[in-house]
Write a protein that binds this ligand. Structure first.
Ligand code: AMP
Ligand code: MG
Length: 400
């Protein structure tokens, strides 16, 4: 049997990073991978400005009970006049600090009438001023090549005036589900049939990572049907993921079909539960990953073993997200001869993370999938008890 971590690192390097970059409007960049390292073109904020609605003063002009005439009302977006001695300029959040002013007094800390502004609480020199460059300095690195663009990255890029960025072309994925018993949701079903959940599930998983699912095809259990599907997938996609039909049953025809197509295939019995049979093939230079058919197994294997390969092929720098540690809350001892990946909920508190497993852990229990937020790893041949610390994979990091 192949160790889980060995399978993971072999898969992570089974494909190549993209070589083609394209320009992408910032508004469409969410989920794309940056193909250039980006540096700040200006200081942020670009000038000293007010953090509060209030009054700009010279600190030295403050005296208890003294009223400072209001020289100007300067809204955000307007240019302030230089502050005259003994006066105040009315400011709003984001208004520029006038030349000569060094302190902002919050409007709540005084009152204004026709004679000016009286400060009723002693000010702190330099207070409520957002300094030029306190956020970002011109020339600093903002984002590294290979990072995933999310809302935070978009905010930072927009603040620097980037309307367009260079991103890698989207990874094109083809999915192939297999099995005579499967039916698309929406069609009338007879007793011997089940609905195809892997097709929609894997499509969603790939798309959540920013890949494009070019085809999600289904083949019945004949070599001919499989060959037809492979021809389409290999022509249009960078990476093919098949699911089901890869064990040693009489209708498990994926392996012989790949070999017929001239592919080389390594069939691994990965030391993991759920999800033992996993295969990695190359057909005409394209990676093909074959997942076990049970939806829970396919979910776990795709999430933990295939997403690193996707990230590599997307051009990302961090292809294996962090593994975290938490404390198991279980009511019985656990021991397996393979690494077991429990569907758990991870509750973060100041005392650490508590991992509570879904009550049913069988590989046929699809209801555990929307419930779980993480996968906890029980090492092979080790007896674990309530309260033991184990590794876990937070799906918020692993499925993006
Ligand atoms: P297989 O590896 O093809 O023998 O599939 C293992 C189990 O997973 C069988 O019970 C299949 O019916 C089930 N299965 C395979 N593919 C799917 C799918 N796309 N959706 C739901 N169940 C599936
Ligand atoms: Mg099958």
């Amino acid at each position: 049997m192949l160790e889980f971590d060995v399978a993971q690192s072999r898969l992570a390097t089974a494909g190549s990073p993209p070589s083609i970059a394209e320009a992408c409007p910032l508004a469409e960049a969410r989920g794309r991978i940056l193909a250039q390292t980006i540096f700040a073109t200006s200081d942020l904020p670009p000038a000293d400005n007010s953090a509060m609605d209030g009054y700009a003063i010279r600190y030295a002009d403050y005296a208890a009970g003294k009223r400072l005439p209001v020289q100007q009302r300067c809204f955000a977006g307007e240019a302030p006049q230089p502050l005259q001695a003994g006066k105040a300029i009315r400011l709003f959040t984001g208004s520029l600090i006038p030349e000569g002013a060094d302190t902002v007094v919050m409007q709540e800390d005084g009152n204004e009438n026709d004679d000016g502004f009286e400060i009723q609480r002693p000010p702190v020199q330099g207070a409520h001023v957002r300094r030029r460059g306190e956020d970002v300095l011109k020339g600093n690195q903002l984002l590294a090549k290979g990072c995933l663009i999310g809302p935070g990255e978009i905010a930072l890029l927009a603040s620097q005036g980037y309307a367009e960025i260079s991103v890698y072309s989207r990874l094109k994925i083809g999915i192939l589900t297999t099995g005579d018993e499967l039916l698309n949701p929406g069609q009338p079903r007879s007793d011997e049939q089940i609905y195809n959940s892997n097709g929609p599930m894997l499509t969603a998983m790939a798309e959540a990572m920013g890949a494009t699912v070019v085809h999600c095809l289904h083949a019945v259990d004949t070599s001919e049907s499989l060959r037809e599907a492979f021809a389409i997938l290999l022509a249009d996609c960078d990476l093919v993921v098949t699911v089901g039909g890869v064990s040693v049953g009489e209708k498990d025809l994926v392996k012989p079909t790949i070999e017929e197509l001239g592919g080389t295939l390594d069939l691994w019995r990965v030391c993991m539960k759920p999800g033992k049979p996993v295969a990695l093939a190359q057909i005409r230079g394209k990676p093909v990953v074959c997942l076990p058919g049970n939806p829970v197994s396919a979910f776990v294997v795709f999430g933990l073993l295939v997403t690193p390969l996707l990230r590599t092929m997307q051009g990302r720098t961090q292809v294996i997200p962090d593994v975290q540690y938490g404390c198991l809350a279980i009511d019985r001892r656990l021991k397996e001869n393979r690494d077991e990946f429990l569907r758990v909920r991870a509750d973060y508190s100041s005392r650490g993370v508590t991992l509570s497993p879904y009550p049913q852990q069988g590989s046929g229990i699809i209801s555990s999938l929307p419930w779980a937020g993480a996968l906890a790893r029980i090492p092979a041949n080790m007896e674990v008890h309530d309260g033991d610390t184990v590794a876990f994979y937070d799906l918020r990091h692993w499925l993006r």
